[in-house]
Design a protein around this ligand. Structure first.
Ligand SMILES: [Zn+2]
Length: 278
C-alpha cells in the first residue's frame, strides 16, 4: 500500500492510496468512522438549588433548555484528545471509577443574562485540555438564571455513539483514468461544456484533460461524444480518499490510528484462524 498526500490540513485530508483492493479502502473508511477513539463528555452533573455570586446576588439554577438537552449539546463538543495519554475507562487501572488517566473533568460556571459557549468549559487541573472550538453556543441564560456544571469526558468510539465519531464526510472514489482517442476526436467541444468539474479543454489541435483527479466518473463526456472518442475508467487498485475530523484529533493522527486499529484487527483474525486450525 502506498499513500500520497494531496491535501493535508489540521482537520482534513485528501489522499491517493494505491496498491490496495476496494474492500481494504472501504475497511479504512469504516474504521475512520466507527473505530478511531476520542474523548467526549459522557457524565454531566448539574448543581441544583440557588447559586450565589461574589456580591451576594442570588440566581436560580435553571436554563431555558432541559438539562438533558444541555448535557447532549455538551457531549457533542470536540474535546482535544491525546491517545497516548488516555485509556478507555473500563480498561483503566482505576477500575472504571474515573481518574486522570481515563477522564477529563470540566467545570462550567455562568450567570445570566448571557450565552454559554463551549469555551466556558474549564478543565479542572491541566489547562492544556481546554476546548479548542470555544464559540459553539450551548444555551442562552436569562436574567437571574445560572448554571454550575461538572462534566466528565471519557474515551469512546463512534460504534457506541456518534459523539465519539472523530471523522465525518469520509468518502473515496476509484482513481479516474480519462483517455482521449485523438484519431476519433473531432474537437467538437460538446464534452468540454458538459463536463461538471470542467476538466476538459480543447488546446490547439487536441482535447486535453486538465485535472484527471477531479473527474467524478459521471461519464457525461462519454455519453455526449458522437465519435466514441473518450473513455473514462476507474482504477480498482488506486483510490482517492477524503475525510474531515471534528478537531479532537488531527487528520494525520486519525488516519494513522485507523491503520493501526486495522492492523491489530487483522492480527487478531489471523491468530483466531490459527487457533481454529490447530
Ligand atoms: Zn482511570
Amino acid at each position: 500500500m502506498n499513500v500520497e498526500i494531496r491535501e493535508l490540513t489540521e482537520k482534513s485530508a485528501r489522499l491517493v492510496i494505491s496498491g490496495v483492493t476496494p474492500p481494504l479502502v472501504n475497511a479504512i473508511r469504516r474504521t475512520l468512522l466507527s473505530d478511531v477513539p476520542k474523548m467526549a463528555i459522557e457524565d454531566v452533573e448539574f448543581h441544583m438549588g440557588s447559586i450565589m455570586d461574589e456580591e451576594g446576588n442570588e440566581y436560580e439554577s435553571a436554563a431555558p433548555l432541559f438539562d438533558e438537552i444541555i448535557a447532549h449539546r455538551l457531549g457533542l463538543i470536540p474535546i482535544p484528545t491525546d491517545l497516548e495519554r488516555f485509556l478507555p475507562r473500563d480498561k483503566c487501572t482505576c477500575g472504571g471509577e474515573g481518574c486522570p488517566n481515563c477522564t477529563i473533568i470540566y467545570s462550567l460556571n455562568k450567570r445570566g443574562p448571557c450565552t454559554v459557549y463551549s469555551g466556558d468549559l474549564e478543565p479542572v487541573g491541566d489547562k492544556t485540555l481546554a476546548v479548542k472550538d470555544d464559540l459553539i453556543p450551548i444555551v442562552k441564560l436569562n436574567k437571574d438564571q445560572a448554571l454550575l456544571i461538572y462534566a466528565i469526558a471519557e474515551l469512546g468510539t463512534g460504534r457506541r455513539h456518534a459523539k465519539w465519531q472523530v471523522c465525518s464526510a469520509v468518502g473515496y472514489k476509484y482513481y479516474p483514468r480519462v483517455t482521449v482517442d485523438a484519431d476519433k476526436c473531432t474537437l467538437c467541444g460538446d464534452c468540454v461544456s458538459l463536463c461538471p468539474p470542467k476538466i476538459l479543454e480543447v488546446k490547439g489541435k487536441s482535447l486535453k484533460v486538465t485535472e484527471p483527479e477531479a473527474c467524478t466518473l459521471c461519464n457525461s463526456c462519454v455519453e455526449v461524444c458522437p465519435k466514441d472518442a473518450i473513455k473514462v475508467e476507474g482504477d480498482d487498485s488506486r483510490f482517492i480518499l477524503k475525510f474531515e475530523t471534528d478537531g479532537s484529533l488531527s487528520a494525520a493522527e486519525a488516519f494513522r490510528k485507523a491503520l493501526e486499529i486495522l492492523e491489530e484487527s487483522y492480527e487478531d483474525f489471523r491468530t483466531s484462524l490459527a487457533d481454529i486450525e490447530s
